[in-house]
Design a binder for this molecule. Structure first.
Ligand code: 4NP
Length: 162
């Protein structure tokens, strides 16, 4: 398709629950489409609190059950990310307002809320599952990410741009 790979950064508050799941789902979506040569995907946090940590055990369990072997560790988003990533996705409205505030003048990234792709308007927030007991909320995050990533990629290839 394109000569240069498009770069996608999935962002949530801690980079240990939602954005690692979104990263793994986006990666497997492009693999299923045979489009790995078109994309680079990574994830990052708004806050540095969990820097260097593996994802939350519940996120890892969901990823394992769905067939992913996720190797990433949490890192905070940097100014440079806004210069190098084409698309930066937030999971909820707080992520989006934080990203808009952090965005440097020189940013070339499009800031998008992931759930605006493919999810019904009343369910377009990918809610923070961190403080909820159990793994059901993490399963829901996975399902939402799968729908949204598929729809984003469909729209991208249908329109050749977003
Ligand atoms: P995430 O979930 O943003 O989906 O990674 C959270 C992880 C950690 C915290 C909040 C949300 N925390 O407050 O430490």
């Amino acid at each position: 398709m394109t000569t240069e790979k498009k770069k996608v950064l999935m962002v949530c508050l801690g980079n240990i629950c939602r954005s690692p799941i979104a990263e793994a789902v986006f990666q497997s979506s492009v693999e299923k489409m045979g489009k790995t040569n078109d994309w680079v995907v990574d994830s990052a946090a708004i806050i540095g609190y969990h820097t260097g940590n593996r994802p939350d055990e519940r996120a890892l369990n969901v990823l394992r059950r769905r067939g992913h072997d996720y190797k990433g560790r949490a890192r905070p988003i940097s100014d440079n990310d806004f210069k190098t990533f084409d698309y930066i996705f937030g999971m909820d409205k707080e992520n989006m307002s934080d990203l808009n505030e952090m965005k440097p003048e020189s940013s070339k990234s499009k800031l998008l809320m992931l759930g605006n792709y493919g999810l019904p308007k009343h369910e377009n927030i990918i809610e923070d599952p961190y403080y909820l007991v159990g793994e059901a909320a993490f399963e829901k995050v996975y399902d939402q990410c799968e729908i949204a990533c598929t729809e984003f990629l469909k729209q991208f290839y249908d329109t050749k741009s977003i």
